[in-house]
Design a binder for this molecule. Structure first.
Ligand SMILES: [Zn+2]
Length: 64
């Protein structure tokens, strides 16, 4: 029934007792969250700069 942790491959155990489910531990959950978060910043075609709501209308990186 138990499936492996997608981060480290260890057993995740019982979802009723493992608060980090579907990850095996809080550490792996943090790693998974970091991956998910970094991927969310790389959505193609996303015009909104979420990192700075008060950013200027031009991208300062384009002149670099
Ligand atoms: Zn793990």
């Amino acid at each position: 029934m138990s499936r492996p942790c997608p981060i480290c491959g260890n057993s995740v155990g019982d979802p009723h007792t493992n608060r980090a489910y579907p990850l095996c531990s809080a550490r792996c959950r943090a790693i998974d969250l970091g991956r998910w978060f970094s991927e969310s910043y790389r959505i193609p075609g996303e015009p909104v700069r979420r990192d700075d709501p008060d950013s200027l209308p031009f991208d300062p990186d384009e002149d670099a």
